[in-house]
Design a protein around this ligand. Structure first.
Ligand SMILES: Cc1cc2nc3c(=O)[nH]c(=O)nc-3n(C[C@H](O)[C@H](O)[C@H](O)COP(=O)(O)OP(=O)(O)OC[C@H]3O[C@@H](n4cnc5c(N)ncnc54)[C@H](O)[C@@H]3O)c2cc1C
Length: 290
């Protein structure tokens, strides 16, 4: 049960981090457009357009975290969770629609992949050049190794981004015009982007908190980050492998698989102990106060 409680906290905290980060970007964009003389309505539209990819990421991430958290809430209550006598049954029924309306999650995943491709295709975008360079030096790709706590997290997240670059570039180069019809591969790439964005947002928030919270309080936030980044690495690797299986030849697969493994290799932390410490804070506070 402690594991489940902690996992609920971890996913909520990561989701909040991505939401706060994106909201700040949108606010900043609105202000800067208005300062340039744009009307409020135009500034809003400009900001929404600029962060369309992030908005789709948040829609998918938020609705799936909600479903996970409510599903586990029912499970934690056991048979009583299924009964209308408990409030969790209502949460369960109400949460499910969020993956369907406001653009189904399938469509939003395709939006994420499509927006990413559009960004990459822009004439002033460095994305394809960076991906090509990465591919050309594929044998020299190494796992993250920095010693400092946050330097290491930054390096690992940069590696997640490289995994996205490499997978998307190789899929696009191999499939050409066929790429737009390969929704399954686009969804894999989209999942990699969602995990990377959430992890980076979480890392930035925890880093910011280290300058605000007392030393004695920061440990549990690092536990959240440690546990999430480890899970994200595994998910990113799994999505990447599923994608490359669908387009790469045997020799290409083996080359890409090694690189993707290195890009998602992490220094292991004791995830079980981290989950226990997070759950203990939740139980002691008797409320979500992170
Ligand atoms: C309670 C509730 C409230 C709602 N409120 C509103 C509202 O206020 N305003 C409004 O406009 N609408 C509203 N809707 C409608 C809602 O937005 C749609 O149900 C939703 O967009 C899905 O469309 P659909 O039901 O036609 O399913 P379909 O489009 O038929 O989709 C069925 C399944 O196929 C998948 N799918 C469809 N097309 C593709 C594709 N090209 N590639 C991959 N997968 C695909 C979908 O993701 C989904 O899993 C509401 C729906 C409900 C249930």
């Amino acid at each position: 049960i402690k594991y489940k409680l902690a996992e609920q906290v971890i996913r909520c905290f990561a989701n909040e981090s991505a939401l706060y980060r994106t909201s700040a970007y949108v606010d900043e964009k609105i202000h800067s457009e208005m300062e340039k003389g744009k009307k409020k309505e135009e500034a809003y539209l400009e900001a929404i357009g600029e962060y369309a990819l992030e908005a789709a990421v948040l829609k998918v991430l938020g609705s799936e975290v909600l479903d996970y958290v409510t599903d586990e809430a029912v499970q934690i209550h056991g048979g009583m969770g299924f009964s209308a006598e408990m409030p969790v049954d209502r949460c369960y029924r109400d949460s499910r629609i969020n993956r369907i309306f406001e653009g189904t999650n399938e469509i939003n995943r395709l939006v994420v992949a499509d927006q990413y491709l559009k960004m990459a295709k822009k004439s002033d975008s460095p994305i394809f050049a960076m991906a090509k360079e990465l591919y050309n030096s594929i044998d020299s790709i190494k796992p993250a190794s920095a010693n400092d706590y946050f330097d290491y997290k930054v390096e690992l997240i940069e590696n997640f981004k490289k995994a996205v670059l490499l997978t998307q570039y190789c899929a696009y180069e191999t499939l050409g015009k066929q790429y737009s019809g390969e929704q399954e591969i686009q969804m894999n790439i989209s999942d990699m982007i969602i995990q990377t964005y959430a992890t980076e947002s979480l890392m930035l928030r925890v880093k910011k908190l280290t300058g605000i919270k007392a030393e004695s309080e920061i440990g549990v936030y690092k536990d959240i980050l440690d546990a999430y980044i480890q899970e994200a690495a595994l998910k990113i690797y799994s999505s990447a492998i599923e994608a490359i299986c669908s387009f790469a030849s045997e020799s290409e697969y083996s080359k890409l698989q090694k690189a993707l493994q290195n890009l998602t290799t992490f220094k292991p932390i004791n995830s079980k102990d981290a989950h226990r410490r997070i759950a203990e804070k939740l139980i002691e506070d008797n409320i979500y106060k992170f």
